[in-house]
Design a protein around this ligand. Structure first.
Ligand SMILES: *[C@@H]1O[C@H](CO)[C@@H](O)[C@H](O)[C@H]1NC(C)=O
Ligand SMILES: *[C@@H]1O[C@H](CO)[C@@H](O)[C@H](O)[C@H]1NC(C)=O
Ligand SMILES: *[C@@H]1O[C@H](CO)[C@@H](O)[C@H](O)[C@H]1NC(C)=O
Ligand SMILES: *[C@@H]1O[C@H](CO)[C@@H](O)[C@H](O)[C@H]1NC(C)=O
Length: 357
């Protein structure tokens, strides 16, 4: 009795082991190996229009403006990509939020990029270049549009600095509004009724930083994300004390970093321009005027953006885990990815050539 139960369970174990092994072999052949092989073969790199770079700027204009690139970073960030920027007369100032021994750092690791920007604006007020670019540490943040290849190197190398100097004075590097215009933030919202987390804080922040002479607008708007170019003159519209005050206001605040970063994001236009909001320019016009990427119609621009979104969805589908799960589908996605990339490249080249005709 005992003996036979033992034999049966040993048999069962053997059957189980064999089944598991077979299942594993099956899985390996069908999913794991293709997924590994497929991930070893690199995905084709996104198009770069590298050759576009050198021709982008009004190159033979010998009077290039002087430029500071202020990078808001933490110790962990890799900002080495900025050394490949070819903007003439560029000085890179990397601020490191959590390293008090870094040459450039804010008084405290606080308030996201906002405290860094105010620290720079105060400290360099008397020695500003013609133009300062304020950016985050990542080369490929989602803040940069697909029309600019979601690539800050590409965006900055296409940006027409002369037009910032002569026409815009303050220019948000992002030109897409999405929900940002005409009214993104409702400053009349309260802590018991709001859509955006910073809304109930906005009016108080505004009054604290701008005082009674500049009443709080009911709504604020603009493209998001706190990456922008601004001229010396635009910065000096306000006295140095303004930037010291705002810097110290952040240092002393009890609000969270996220709230501080967001309320400041909505104050940049008012600091540097006559307007409280930054909704006076349409996306397609700005893209053409400032970056030389000129889509012929709104429809053409929308078509491009849809392609870019498809590209993002395909990229997700091509991840290793997804490929292990369903190798065939991932391979299909990869095929389509190539087509979409080609079409993006084609459409963007046409738009770029139109902007440089
Ligand atoms: C730039 O070069 C073009 C052609 O070589 C010339 O016609 C133009 O005057 C130049 N512009 C400046 C600002 O030097
Ligand atoms: C050359 O640069 C100067 C100084 O920024 C500017 O005033 C001028 O308009 C530029 N010329 C061209 C042809 O871009
Ligand atoms: C800016 O760069 C131009 C050449 O690109 C150079 O002629 C000029 O002297 C530079 N100006 C400064 C202030 O470095
Ligand atoms: C961003 O664009 C630049 C120039 O267009 C290119 O050299 C670089 O490899 C790109 N970076 C990424 C992460 O795609």
């Amino acid at each position: 009795m005992l003996q036979s139960r033992f034999t049966r369970s040993r048999l069962l174990n053997q059957v189980l082991a064999t089944t598991t092994l077979l299942a594993f072999i099956y899985f390996s052949l069908n999913n794991l190996l293709p997924a590994i092989r497929y991930n070893v073969v690199p995905h084709r790199h996104p198009i770069l229009l590298d050759n576009a770079q050198s021709k982008a700027r009004p190159g033979n204009n010998t009077s290039s403006p002087t430029v500071h690139l202020v990078i808001a970073s933490t110790k962990a960030d890799d900002t080495s990509w900025t050394s490949r920027l070819t903007i003439p007369n560029l000085t890179i100032l990397r601020y490191i939020s959590d390293d008090p021994s870094a040459p450039f750092h804010p008084p405290k690791p606080k308030g996201h990029e906002a405290l860094i920007y105010f620290t720079y604006l105060h400290d360099f007020y008397d020695s500003l270049p013609d133009l300062t670019l304020f950016i985050h540490a990542s080369e490929t943040p989602w803040h940069v549009e697909g029309t600019l290849l979601r690539n800050t190197t590409f965006a900055l190398s296409q940006l027409n600095l002369h037009k910032v100097l002569q026409q815009r004075h303050y220019f948000n590097l992002r030109v897409t509004w999405r929900a940002g215009c005409p009214a993104w933030i409702d400053t009349t919202k309260t802590h018991s009724d709001f859509d955006e987390a910073e809304e109930p804080f906005m009016a108080e922040a505004w009054r604290a930083n701008f005082g009674v002479d500049e009443p709080v607008p009911d709504t604020l708007g603009g493209p998001c994300c706190s990456q922008f170019a601004v001229t010396r003159e635009a910065i000096r519209r306000r006295p140095r004390e303004q930037y010291r005050f705002s810097r110290d206001w952040i240092v002393d605040s009890t609000w969270s970093d996220a709230i501080l970063g967001r309320v400041c994001e909505h104050m940049w236009p008012r600091l540097f321009t006559d307007e409280a909001s930054d909704c006076g320019y349409a996306e397609r016009g700005s893209l053409c005027q400032m970056y030389g990427v000129c889509f012929e119609s709104e429809g053409e621009l929308e078509g491009y953006k849809e392609l870019w979104e498809e590209r993002e969805r395909l990229k997700e589908r091509m991840s290793f885990l997804r490929a292990v799960w369903d190798a065939k589908k991932a391979a299909g996605a990869k095929g389509r990815f190539g087509e979409v990339n080609d079409e993006i490249e084609r459409q963007l080249s046409v738009a770029w050539r139109r902007g440089h005709a």
